[in-house]
Design a protein around this ligand. Sequence first.
Ligand code: GDP
Length: 296
Amino acid sequence: MASTLADRLSRLVKTMRGQARITEDNVQEMLREVRMALLEADVALPVVRDFIQRVKDKALGQEVVGSLTPGQALVGLVHKELAATMGEGVADLNLATQPPAVILMAGLQGAGKTTTTAKLAKHLIEKRKKKVLTVSGDVYRPAAIEQLKTVTAQAGAEWFPSTPDQKPLDIARAAIDHARRHYFDVLLVDTAGRLAIDEVLMAEIQALHAELKPVETLFVVDAMQGQDAINTAKAFKAALPLTGVVLTKLDGDSRGGAALSVRAITGVPIKFAGVSEKIDGLEAFDGERHAGRVLG
Ligand code: GDP
């Protein structure tokens, strides 16, 4: 078990004892420890570099240099900056549009899109008193359509049927038409994912986006993906005007550094965290709390 950043910094500061005050060199040395902690938490290297640079600029102000407890001061500063970067406060779903508000789910296969679709349906029904319809555009995997049907029933929402012989765009049109005619407030659209970035599939989800004009386009990403999350996030960011992120599988044993990478790459808020396989395993993402986990 690696020691915590706070432990490491306090050890380091002990070796500086006897010096009249903390110097710029000492801060550099402490920042190396911070860098290591972030890399161990699987934050992507370019994101770590940017982050360290920002912390360094602040640390060289009076906050750390000259402090009586520089280790603590630096940990506090890093924690604050991490929380601010990952987003403070809660960003719920934006439904401010003519109903039905369409929410498009994007992400790789296995990221947790279908599960999250049902979790969001439940959230919208219970917390926001909405009438919710789900539909699957995953015509490549009949099992995925069935899976959505099952979890939608668990969520207490309605499911719009689709079949593998249909085109995703036709499914989308039919679903939105049904949602309009039956006064649904929200239409959640689950989409096909692949195990890796795939241009054909990206083109397909772009076409779906153009057709559906969703008020939310959520990028669903697995927190256990670690360093790989950066490439996935880049590809989805380039393909779609994302409005939010759902970080799944935070109940796993990763330190969750993907949160920082994904937030930095996409530039949109992480709105929710998936914390179990169960339908109620969804929480509003809390950057402040998550910062503690990333630092270890
Ligand atoms: P999709 O291919 O993106 O639709 O992914 P699925 O929704 O089918 O999820 C893939 C796997 O991840 C399933 O076994 C889910 O139960 C699991 N899963 C999804 N979200 C979470 C989560 O937040 N925590 C845990 N532990 N498992 C999750």
